[in-house]
Design a protein around this ligand. Structure first.
Ligand code: AMP
Ligand code: GLY
Length: 428
């Protein structure tokens, strides 16, 4: 079978790498891919990003299964377009992807179906938003309604920061948010305390099977300092998700979400990522939904997956309930990935720096590419997050050691990476 992966980040490199290991897969195409997928002899890049052009290409090439990595093509309706032409594709429809593409939609959905999340209000009028902040006080969280590549959330420790964020989001759109219908809106919500985890499941419309748990590091700098980013590193499993919390997340968050979506007439298929905040009493609350796998969480998660990913996604796109019986097998080892980002990331990443010293891939240490491209045999940076160096080990500490040892030889001008990925899971 020929398989297509849509996207060009580290997540898509990992998805394509894993799918290419399936004995049933004859070719894996990545659209548009990156320098890493270009260099991998088992993968082929396709320079198409337009949804209709992709669908036409998939029909002509007789692609048996398409897997969508990022949120943008989902929000643009790629799943609707493929399905309307009888093509098998794994991902949510445009309507279902609103769980991520509109914070106002997902918060109202959670409230309606009793899914635990922070208390909130939605605003389009800046004056009303400012009044609300004055009434509630800080800390408080301001979120842009539309897609913002992980940069649309401001956790304001002071009222001033919250007021500034409201103006940013409602007046100037300095963050480059893609507005939904009706223009700029913000969700202002209660500040939650606890530890975060990424809880990602595979859904077929009604059933869900969980992937291994993970945790990412959203802040740019060591010790969780600096601005929020798309994610500077991740590891799996996340020890904070105990068996009890796992059961609660499935029972109180994932299953009611799938049932609620089905009841509302927009059944959810695809990966569903619940960003959880787990409080001191072990109560998980939903910080956000993403309608896709996490990046960089995918890289460590897929290094631990022993099952054939094609089989999982095939079962999930059959639509006959067989997904429920599926048992995924996981490597008992931990995996940890360290993101290497470009100079200037997250605000103004510089492009075109040459990357040298890339080590050869190994079964227990992989360099997944994200913002890279190959030009005349040289690998150059081409985006904010450049590489994710991911390793397996008998403990999070061992995986951490191997990941940092693997990246030692890699160099590019202005590279930034954190030195403490996994610190919460590493016993002192
Ligand atoms: P989100 O994109 O909604 O997951 O927000 C990005 C990050 O902001 C999360 O991973 C949290 O670290 C933080 N965050 C979001 N919402 C809240 C909240 N209600 N309370 C505390 N921190 C939050
Ligand atoms: N790493 C967080 C995300 O993919 O949204």
């Amino acid at each position: 079978m020929k398989v297509l992966v849509i996207g060009g980040g580290g997540r898509e490199h990992a998805l394509a790498w894993k799918l290419s290991q399936s004995p049933k897969v004859q070719a894996v195409y990545v659209a548009p891919g990156n320098g890493g997928t270009a260099r991998d002899k088992d993968l082929q890049n396709i320079a198409i990003t337009d949804v209709i052009a992709l669908r036409e290409w998939a029909q002509a090439e007789r692609i048996g299964l398409t897997v969508v990595g990022p949120e943008a093509p989902l929000a643009a309706g790629v799943v609707d377009e493929f399905r309307a032409h009888g093509l098998r594709i794994f991902g949510p429809t445009r309507a279902a992807a609103q769980l991520e593409s509109s914070k106002a939609f997902s918060k109202a959905f959670m409230k309606r179906h009793g899914i635990p999340t922070a208390a909130y209000e939605t605003f389009s009028d800046p004056q009303a938003a400012h009044d609300y902040v004055r009434a509630q006080g800080a800390p408080i969280v301001v979120k842009a309604d539309g897609l913002a590549a992980g940069k649309g959330v401001v956790v304001a420790m002071t009222e001033d920061e919250a007021h500034e964020a409201i103006d940013f989001m409602l007046l100037d759109n300095k963050l480059g948010v893609t507005h939904n219908e009706g223009g700029a809106r913000v969700v202002i919500e209660e500040f939650l305390q606890g530890e975060e985890a990424s809880f990602i499941v595979v859904c077929d419309g009604l059933q869900a099977i969980p992937l291994a748990t993970s945790q990412d590091h959203k802040r740019l700098s060591d010790g969780d300092q600096g601005p929020n980013t798309g994610g500077m590193g991740a590891y799996s499993p996340a020890p904070v998700v105990t068996p009890q919390i796992h059961a609660r997340a499935m029972r109180e968050i994932v299953l009611p979400t799938l049932q609620g979506m089905a009841k509302d007439g927009i059944p959810y298929t695809g990966f569903l990522y619940a960003g959880l905040m787990i409080d001191a009493h072990g109560q998980p609350k939903t910080l956000e939904f993403n309608c896709r796998m996490g990046d960089p969480e995918t890289q460590p998660i897929l290094m631990r997956l022993k099952s054939d990913l094609l089989d999982v996604l095939w079962a999930a796109t059959e639509g006959d309930g067989q997904l429920e019986q599926f048992e995924m097998a996981w490597d008992r080892r931990a995996a940890l990935g360290v993101v290497m980002a470009a100079a200037g990331y997250p605000l103004q990443p510089r492009k075109g720096d040459e990357i040298t010293g890339l080590p050869a891939d190994r079964a227990d240490a992989m360099v997944f590419h994200a913002g890279t491209q190959v030009q005349e045999g040289r690998v150059l940076t081409s985006g904010g997050r450049v590489l994710c160096v991911t390793a397996l080990g008998d403990s999070v500490r061992a995986a951490q050691n191997l990941a940092y040892e693997t990246l030692r030889t890699i160099r590019f001008e202005g590279m930034q990476y954190r030195h403490d990925i996994g610190f919460r899971a590493v016993k002192p």
